[in-house]
Design a protein around this ligand. Structure first.
Ligand code: SF4
Ligand code: SF4
Length: 439
C-alpha cells in the first residue's frame, strides 16, 4: 500500500476545522511542510500536551510527511512562550538524524497566529493571496495531532482516539484521551460534571467554537479539540445567542464606523482586502452584501476583541459570506501591501484571554492526559470534507478497536472510519454507527 493509501485507510483527517483528508492534502508536492503547533485558541492544551509528551514522534512524523510531498524541510511552528515544549523538541532533535531536516520556528504569542495564513507568513515571510490556500505558495500545513495520527497510520494503526481539552465550569478540567464517538455528556461525567446548574457548551475553542445546547447528543469526533462549559449568562454565550435581527438594529443604531474591526482584523493585517466595518454598513442598510465578507475566516477578533461598542461584526460577516456563496458570487481579490505597523496591531493572547472573560478557566498543561473509556460510541460516517464513508459492518457484528466500519469509494474525497472500542454494532442509522462495549 502507498503512504497515501495508508493515510486514507487509516482515517487521517485534519484535526481541526472541517477535517480535510490528509491523503488528499499530501497528494500535491510542496517546498515546505509546516506543523501547526500554535494552538492559538485560548484554554486549549491538547497540542501543547502532545508536543511535550511525544516530541520524537512528532519530529519523525514531520520529516516523514515532508518526504511524502517532496518538501526540502519541515518546520514545527509553536509559540515562543511554550518553553517546556520547545525544550522537549530541542532535546529530541539532538538525538535524531532526520532527512528532510526538521527545525523549529517560534511564533509570537498573539491570536490567531494558528490561522494557516498567519502561520505561513510568520514562518516563511510568504503571504497566501486572498481566497487561496497555502499550497499556492509552496507550503503545506498540518496540525500536531494530525501529524501524530499520520505517523501511527503509516505504521498500520488507524485513528480511534482523540486528545481533547475539557475546560470551564467542570470539576476536573484537563486533557482527555477519548474514543472517537463518545457522547460529550459521558465525557463531561468523566470530567466530574458541570459546576453550575445552567450552562452551555462550546465545542472547540472559545473564540471560534460553535455554541451548543447542553442536552444535544454531540459526540467526540476526529476534529473536535475542546469542550468548554460556560454559565448560560457568560458574555460569549450572550454574543452567540443574540438574534440576528437584534444585531441588525444594534448595527444601525450603535455602529460608529470607527473601523477598529477592520484595523485589527488579522487577515486585513496580512494585506487582504477585507473590511468588516463596510459589512456592518451594508448589513445595517438591509439590502446590500459586502463582497469582502468572503475573505473572513471567522476568528472573532473584530467582535470579541476589537469593537468598542460590543457589536457582532463576525456573526454578520458569517451571514453575508453564506449569502454571497448561496448567490454563487466569486469575486476576485488582489493582495495589497499590509497596513503600516501591522505587527503592532496583533492581539496579544493574554489580552484576548481576559477580554473574553475566560482567564479564570486557564489551566497549566497537564503532565498526563486522562484516558477515558466509554460504554457506547456513536461514530459518524462523515467526519471529514467530502462524501460520507459507506458502512461495511451490519447490526449484530462484533468489532475490535481499529476495525474498519466505514469505507470510502476508491478515489473519493474522504477517509475510512474505524471502531473506537471493542463491542457489538447496535445500530446503523442516519450515517452513524452505534457500538456498545462488551460487558
Ligand atoms: S469596531 Fe464596532 S463600532 Fe467600530 S466600525 Fe466596527 S462594528 Fe462598528
Ligand atoms: S472574524 Fe472579523 S477579525 Fe476575524 S477574519 Fe473575520 S472580519 Fe477579520
Amino acid at each position: 500500500m502507498s503512504d497515501l493509501d495508508l493515510l486514507r485507510s487509516g482515517g487521517v483527517v485534519g484535526g481541526g476545522g472541517a477535517g480535510f483528508p490528509l491523503w488528499k492534502k499530501l497528494s500535491s508536492p510542496a517546498e515546505i511542510l509546516l506543523i501547526n503547533g500554535a494552538e492559538c485558541e485560548p484554554l486549549l492544551k491538547s497540542d501543547q500536551y502532545l508536543m511535550q509528551r511525544y516530541p520524537s514522534d512528532l519530529l519523525q512524523a514531520a520529516s516523514r510527511l515532508a518526504s511524502i510531498i517532496h518538501a526540502t524541510e519541515a518546520v514545527i511552528c509553536l509559540k515562543d512562550h511554550y518553553t517546556q515544549q520547545i525544550r522537549a523538541l530541542t532535546d529530541a532533535l539532538q538525538s535524531l538524524s532526520l532527512m528532510p531536516a526538521v527545525r523549529l520556528h517560534l511564533l509570537p504569542t498573539v491570536y490567531p497566529i494558528g490561522d494557516e495564513q498567519a502561520l505561513v507568513h510568520s514562518a516563511t515571510g510568504r503571504t497566501v493571496p486572498p481566497g487561496a490556500l497555502p499550497g499556492s505558495i509552496g507550503c503545506t500545513v498540518v496540525s500536531v495531532s494530525t501529524a501524530l495520527n499520520a505517523l501511527r497510520a503509516l505504521n498500520g494503526k488507524p485513528v480511534t482516539r482523540r486528545f481533547i481539552t475539557v475546560a470551564g465550569e467542570v470539576k476536573k478540567p484537563g486533557v482527555y484521551c477519548v474514543p472517537v464517538g463518545m457522547p460529550v455528556r459521558l465525557l463531561l461525567e468523566q470530567a466530574g460534571g458541570a459546576t453550575v446548574q445552567d450552562f452551555r457548551l462550546i465545542l472547540g475553542g472559545p473564540m471560534m467554537g460553535p455554541l451548543s445546547a447542553r442536552d444535544t447528543e454531540n459526540v467526540v469526533t476526529k476534529t473536535l479539540g475542546g469542550v468548554l462549559v460556560l454559565p448560560a449568562d457568560h458574555t460569549l454565550v450572550r454574543h452567540a445567542e443574540l438574534p440576528l435581527e437584534q444585531a441588525r438594529i444594534r448595527a444601525r443604531s450603535v455602529c460608529i464606523q470607527c473601523r477598529t474591526c477592520t484595523d485589527l482584523c488579522p487577515r486585513h493585517l496580512l494585506g487582504h482586502p477585507i473590511y468588516p466595518h463596510l459589512t456592518m454598513r451594508a448589513f445595517a442598510s438591509g439590502d446590500r452584501l459586502e463582497p469582502s465578507a468572503m475573505l473572513c475566516m471567522e476568528c472573532g477578533i473584530c467582535e470579541l476583541y476589537a469593537c468598542p461598542m460590543g457589536l457582532n461584526p463576525r456573526r454578520i460577516q458569517q451571514k453575508q459570506k453564506a449569502e454571497l456563496r448561496a448567490a454563487g458570487e466569486k469575486p476576485a481579490f488582489q493582495l495589497k501591501d499590509p497596513p503600516p505597523l501591522a505587527e503592532y496591531h496583533q492581539a496579544p493572547s493574554g489580552r484576548v484571554l481576559s477580554k473574553i472573560h475566560v482567564a479564570c478557566y486557564d489551566i497549566p498543561v497537564p503532565k498526563d492526559a486522562t484516558d477515558v473509556s466509554s460504554p457506547i460510541v456513536c461514530i459518524p460516517l462523515k467526519q471529514h470534507i467530502g462524501a460520507p464513508a459507506s458502512p461495511c459492518v451490519a447490526v449484530g457484528d462484533q468489532v475490535q478497536r481499529g476495525d474498519t466500519i466505514g469505507r470510502m469509494a476508491e478515489g473519493a474525497l474522504g477517509a475510512d472510519i474505524h471502531a473506537s472500542i471493542c463491542g457489538t454494532v447496535a445500530e446503523i442509522e442516519n450515517g452513524i454507527v452505534v457500538i456498545r462495549a462488551r460487558s
